[in-house]
Design a protein around this ligand. Structure first.
Ligand code: ZN
Length: 86
């Protein structure tokens, strides 16, 4: 969901900007949390970085596919569910 806040921040001499505290709070971003930076056209997207399986949310997923992480349990389940369809 895109939400224009009207908030404008200046980039400092080291290229840093401050993420407003309200946004950090609502997205549960704390000090020292890793934040993933990506680009979409001329926009910069910041997302809290979490090493979790995209399907079940398990921590320490082992497999990376198209930039997404998944655990071996979910991969096994996907393989089993698609076995009959081949
Ligand atoms: Zn999983």
């Amino acid at each position: 969901m895109k939400l224009s806040t009207g908030i404008v921040r200046r980039v400092d001499e080291l290229g840093r900007i401050v993420i407003p505290i309200e946004m950090r709070n609502s997205l549960n971003i704390s000090q020292k949390d890793p934040v993933e930076i990506s680009m979409d056209g001329s926009s910069i997207i910041l997302r809290k970085y979490e090493n979790r399986c995209v399907f079940c949310g398990a921590l320490r997923p082992a497999i990376r596919f198209n930039g997404k992480l998944m655990c071996s349990k979910c991969l096994k389940q996907i393989n089993e569910e698609n076995k009959d369809k081949e």
